[in-house]
Design a protein around this ligand. Structure first.
Ligand SMILES: [Cu+2]
Length: 146
């Protein structure tokens, strides 16, 4: 009897290892939005701000942390707290994550299954270019460890 149970457990472990599902985990990240800025000192020359051209002041909205690493097959949970900015609209097109609006002071949760490997953008569609203090973008690196 003990031998049969032991064999059944061994087969189950083998199935789990072969399928790779034993490695999948839930990965939760606590993120905040930020707003770094730059302003020319008195007498300092303007600098180019991407598509805006020469400026003496610029700002960018950001995600912190802005680079996440998970394994393929992981469930990813992002808890994003809007500390800076009136409104962010977050999406991850590569995983068909629908747009989620986050207002100042709010924290929203976004979940998805990281079912393919590569480096993908976490984007805010409210801050798309330098005219809107963007692009506001983070990256998720889905590691293909199998
Ligand atoms: Cu934004």
């Amino acid at each position: 009897m003990v031998k049969k149970i032991g064999m059944a457990a061994l087969v189950l472990v083998a199935i789990i290892l072969v399928s790779g599902e034993a490695m999948a985990e839930t990965r939760e990240f606590l993120m905040v939005t930020g707003e770094p800025s730059w302003e020319a000192k008195p007498g300092e020359a303007p600098v180019a701000d991407r598509n805006r051209g020469p400026v003496k002041k610029m700002e960018r909205y950001t995600f912190h942390p802005g680079f996440l690493v998970v394994n393929r097959g992981d469930k990813v949970v992002l808890k994003i707290h809007d500390i800076k900015g009136d409104k962010h609209i977050v999406t991850i097109p590569a995983f068909n994550v629908p747009e989620t609006q986050i207002l100042r002071g709010e924290e929203k949760t976004i979940s998805f299954l990281a079912n393919k490997a590569g480096i993908f953008e976490i984007k805010c569609t409210n801050h798309v270019d330098s005219h809107k203090e963007g692009p506001m973008v983070g990256y998720i690196y889905v590691f293909d460890k199998r």
